[in-house]
Design a protein. Sequence first.
Length: 146
Amino acid sequence: MRLAALGLALALGACASSFGERTPEERKAAWEAGNVFPTAYRVELLAYLRTYLNDPTGIREAAVSEPALKPVGPGDRYVVCVRFNPKKAGGGYAGAKEHPVIYVGGKLDRYVETGPATGPAAASQATELCRGATYAAFPELERLTR
């Protein structure tokens, strides 16, 4: 009886481990299913930056690009580039920086920080994702409050 129970447990375990595996085609289809155009990208980006930035007030030179499919990971993702000049902790301005924002399933998934703390590889990737972006004014970002 114990041997039969052990055999059944092993058989079920083998089925469970192979059940979760996907073929390359299934993985690609699942990745592509995440490419839904982010219709509310500005609203989501404003909500994120209001909580992410230490001081979201007084932002200058704010601009944003339209969502565009760019190579991210094993395929494409919608990427929005945002550029702005935030206040520093001491009250001055840090200088305008460009940040790619990655969307999955039509929702904000990842805000890519750039700068010395992220390292040269991350800065290079961020620059590449925003290369050739066409920016439009983003006055809503300049009017953020706490």
